[in-house]
Write a protein that binds this ligand. Sequence first.
Ligand code: PLP
Length: 416
Amino acid sequence: MTHSSIWHPFTQHGLGEPIPKVTHAEGAVLHTEDGARVIDAISSWWVTTHGHAHPKIAAAIARQAARLDQIIFAGWTHEPAEELAAGLRAMMPSSLTRVFFSDSGSTSVEVALKMALGHWLHRGEERHRIVVLDNGYHGDTIGTMSVGARGAFNRAYEPLLFDVTSIPFPYAGVGQAAIDALEAACRDGAAAFIVEPLVLGAGGMLMYAAETLAEMRRICAVHGTLFIADEVMTGWGRTGTLLACEQAGIEPDILCLSKGLTGGALPLAVTMASEPLYAAHYGTDRGQMFFHSSSYTANPVACAAANANLTIWREEPVEQRIANLAQWQAKRLGKLASHHSVRDPRQLGTIAAFDVGAAEGYLSDLAPRMLAMFRERGVLLRPLGNTVYVMPPYCIGEEELDMIYDAVSEVMDLVG
Ligand code: PLP
């Protein structure tokens, strides 16, 4: 074990687990200090959509860093941000006319929540309550923990969290209980409903029907409750379409994007809003402006990386890669489905997941045991409790994906 002063996230250092040092990476492959080659089966926390060190993104970063590295964004602008805003407007749902920049998935959600409450305040309506879906995850800041599932991740911080209305997860069919609970909350004047469309990521790769999502959107529209789609994980093609919302044929009032926005190379996020949100903050009263920023808002280098990501989407066969990956995942997951250790295999687009053994929650001892076994086999997989999921970069080849699943099958034999 390396003796380092670094305190790692989501890591129990007292267990003395090894922390490999990565020296470089390309495509879907990581290289470690000891000369090992590791397949990145989770796109490095779901961000690296086109693979590591994509030459177009690397070149864009280098060019921009040498030209304009950083500039205050309150009252100033720059070409990479203007280009990115225009590019996003062209690619994303047409009702999302405004682009607000921040630095991470969590901040994109914090911004969405603040926009929603600001909107109601400036319109002179008393709407404060946020509605959430059970098992959701939206980040680790105070606001995002408040709208996420309560449990191991935030038990110690409970006194800091605000109260929300939680509706049941729609496990099967249309999920009438979820729909009814949402309708009741909206009728009571809820300010906003925040949801991860179609797949709840950190909550255990839980998947639900597009019809349910469409119905949720419809109910919010009827009652004027703002619909916030957190596509931080599902966005940028993860579920098979650019946005998961597309599969339900819906457009949100507010959209949160991060992770694959820069192809996973640099931290950046956007919160895209429909015109009424902007209009509610617009006027000559300085007290009505949107009070949110961070030092690095719309950092030019990160924006340049995001513009390169948009170029890749326009110029490279990204959709074809996604379709291939989805097909290979279906083939290998289908073979694995009959394994006695595998429960509830599920897939949407490039995301494949299944459960192992009894559900014991995130702190299940099985997770670190499996993680170590995957690592020994040259694969980066990081189970969420007893949920194993495979979510590689879109550039992965079928042979590399086979290597991941060979490792998964071996580990299933050992834990079963
Ligand atoms: N929202 C969703 C759906 C996520 O999956 C995540 C992170 O995994 C976040 C928000 C938070 O993003 P970040 O870790 O970049 O703050």
